[in-house]
Design a protein around this ligand. Structure first.
Ligand code: MN
Length: 239
């Protein structure tokens, strides 16, 4: 068996869902440890308010990731919930931070990796919010606030977002076809891999283009594997 690369996203680790923390630790120890690379494409954590935040209840996963990093290259790309995860935490775990989109050459294929929220352009309110919080000045300003204040702001933003989401149609919260086409074009990609929408699937388009959507973790692991001889395999209880 040749090299294997694994891709996951949207574990949304949270102290309120210890079974997901357990499932991810187990996945790392039994599966990812045999791979040569693990790409985490965002929303590993349900909320991340800065590297000084204690990542409550996640020491098991952090230990597993640290251990994994000794034998496997671990990469992390920010999601919309954990974009404040920074170099300090990445260094501690031994993972490399990636900026999106990242293009990988896998065999004959150019593969673009991204979290996926940037493709959901029909959600105008969210895109405006994203532009605000992904701005470097906003980040520096936010991280300079005491943790308690950051927690209060985040709780407010979250309740606003839950209220807004309940009014949005499910189409608005999925990717926009034009944004997808532009992403293929801008990256000259044959394959796009992303998460965020929690709709695990493999979509085929004209000209042999493929978009693979990683699943969120509900009970069991959801992951994509790539190997030179067999290509991509998406493993998710729903597909
Ligand atoms: Mn997301």
């Amino acid at each position: 068996m040749g090299e294997e690369y694994l891709f996951i996203s949207d574990c949304h680790l949270d102290p309120g869902r210890p079974q997901i923390t357990q499932a991810l630790s187990q996945f790392i120890q039994t599966r990812a440890c045999k791979a040569s690379r693990l790409y985490i494409l965002g929303d590993l954590f349900e909320v991340w308010l800065g590297d000084d935040d204690a990542a409550q209840g996640q020491s098991q996963v952090i230990d597993s990731l640290q251990q994994l990093a000794s034998s496997c290259e671990v990469y992390f790309m920010a999601g919309n919930r954990d974009f404040l995860l920074g170099e300090a935490f990445a260094d501690r775990v031994g993972m490399t931070l990636l900026q999106e989109p990242l293009v990988l050459q896998l065999g004959q294929l150019r593969v673009a990796l991204l979290h996926g929220d940037s493709l959901c352009t029909d959600d105008h309110d969210y895109q405006a919010f994203r532009n605000m919080v992904r701005d470097q000045r906003w980040i520096v300003d936010f991280l300079a606030k005491p943790l308690v204040e950051r927690q209060q702001i985040a709780a407010q933003l979250r309740s606003d977002s839950v209220a807004a989401m309940s009014k949005k149609s499910s189409e608005i919260m999925d990717v926009n076809p034009t944004a997808v086409a532009e992403c293929f074009h801008a990256n000259r990609a044959d394959v796009i891999i992303h998460g965020h929408t929690h709709r695990p699937a493999t979509h085929s388009y004209a000209s042999n283009l493929t978009r693979i959507v990683l699943g969120d973790w509900v009970r069991e692991p959801s992951f994509l594997s790539w190997q030179a001889d067999s290509g991509f395999t998406l493993t998710d209880p729903r597909v």
